[in-house]
Design a protein around this ligand. Structure first.
Ligand code: PLP
Length: 433
């Protein structure tokens, strides 16, 4: 914390601006150069401290540089063990698979085959879509309004955001959108249209291979589906032999309070996508989980050079053993979640046109005026809090601290957030005081 790395001289051009593509995003909203990180905090090269309510978009559920993953990682790196192995067997991979089976699958009564699809979220979504099509022999996939599933063409075809979709440059085909929970503000019964068209042989709607869903839409506005809506979706899929894919890339790994985000609904998806926090450290890693009967792949039919990221297996194993061996972490997490939501409701009550969204530590404050969330996020950054916006018009402030955040750091961040909210969206009666 005392050492300060060399900073570029003031007269030097900023290499990020002169050399890096216009496509860069976060470095524009947060124009700091982040040099150090620990737990729920980061420091820029000038030593300025930030509280992190962003958590690497959900890739850092256990905080930055958590010693429980860093120590085994450093030991592994110094041991002469294999770093890169495609999908060959290694002890690190064996230990991960054994730990995942014992601590995650077996206690939840889940029998999923584990596929390593390449290390990113979009890789696991592509694998899931491909497998669903191969298993069913059908081409069409249904996904939801405001969904986000990644940037490669298959994942983009099931994503909602029109700006991102246009980036494809070609037609995004073989998929359609259906309304997410509460899309019509509770005015229409859930799945009214879908149930009807699936039963009507004259509807002209091809039976889909799969429906892909996020239980909480992280990028699409921090909307949380109700448990009963998820159960109806699951029943509908079963009744029509449509595979249900839960994209748990962002909402999984404890983010909503349980390891998988669908546990509270009591559903068992056919296919589950995990990435972001599965490595526990921020190292790239992804899994595609599916019912064993769906394992119709031929050897090597789907591959990828970076499926065997052994340092990620090491940190993933350490994170599972530390946080998911018993219920103690989950119980503490429940307290953090209750605390956050109670505080967010207090903040929303003081603000003009604000509502609380989301579930667990994937929470949001939605503002009726879509300009406000961006102003709040910019003010929060100026006051040392990293917080991003979400939703088609960036109308939601997205609150996503590490699951391991201390009550003290959570409160410090919330104080900055509250002050920023009141600066731009103070309720009229309060502003008059
Ligand atoms: C981030 C995300 C993805 C894509 O992950 P990448 O690693 O960025 O490819 C897919 N689905 C959801 C729900 C995500 O949040």
């Amino acid at each position: 914390m005392t050492e300060k790395p060399d900073t570029p001289k003031a007269d030097q051009p900023d290499i990020f601006e002169t050399r890096e593509s216009e496509v860069r995003g976060y470095s524009r909203s947060w124009p700091a150069t982040f040099a150090r990180a620990e737990g729920a905090k980061q420091w820029d090269e000038d030593g300025r401290e930030y509280i992190d309510f962003f958590s690497g978009a959900g890739a850092l559920n256990y905080g930055h540089n958590n010693p429980v993953v860093m120590e085994p990682l450093i030991d592994y790196l110094q041991s002469g063990a294999v770093l890169h192995s495609l999908d060959m067997k290694t002890p690190a991979k064996r230990e991960f698979l054994e730990t995942f089976e014992q601590l995650i699958l077996e206690p939840r009564g889940l029998d999923y085959t584990v596929m390593f699809p390449g290390p990113t979220g979009t890789n696991t979504v592509e694998a899931a879509l491909k497998l669903a099509r191969k298993v069913t022999g059908r081409q069409h996939i249904l996904s939801f309004t405001n969904a986000f599933h990644g940037m490669t063409l298959g994942s983009l075809s099931v994503t909602g955001n029109s700006m991102k979709r246009q980036g494809a440059g070609i037609p995004l085909t073989n998929s359609s959108k259906i309304p997410y929970d509460d899309y019509f503000d509770g005015e229409t019964p859930d799945f009214l249209w879908l149930e009807k068209v699936l039963e009507d042989s004259g509807s002209g709607v091809d039976k889909p291979a799969a429906i892909i869903v996020e239980t909480v839409q992280g990028e699409g506005g921090v909307r949380a589906a109700r448990a009963e809506w998820l159960r109806s979706l699951s029943e509908l899929c079963k009744a029509h032999e449509i595979l249900l894919i839960v994209d748990d890339v962002q909402a999984g790994c404890g983010r909503t309070g349980t390891f998988f985000s669908f546990e509270h609904a009591g559903i068992e998806p056919d296919i589950v996508c995990l990435s972001k926090s599965i490595s526990g450290s921020g190292l790239p890693m992804a899994l595609t989980l599916f019912r064993p009967e769906l394992d119709v792949w031929s050897p090597g039919e789907h591959n990828g050079t970076f499926r065997g990221n052994n340092p990620a297996f090491v940190t993933a194993t350490a994170a599972l053993k530390t946080f998911w061996a018993d219920n103690s972490f989950q119980n503490e997490l429940a307290d953090t979640i209750a605390n956050l939501h109670q505080r967010l409701h207090v903040i929303a009550a003081k603000a003009d046109g604000a509502t609380v969204r989301g579930r667990g530590l994937l929470a949001g404050l939605k503002f009726d005026d879509p300009e406000i969330a961006g102003k709040i996020a910019a003010e929060a950054f100026a006051q040392g809090l990293l917080i991003e916006t979400s939703g088609p018009r960036d109308e939601v402030v997205k609150i996503m601290p590490p699951l391991t955040i201390s009550a003290k750091d959570l409160e410090s961040g919330l104080e900055v957030l509250e002050a920023a909210v009141l600066k731009f969206a103070s309720a009229p009666e309060l502003a008059a005081v």
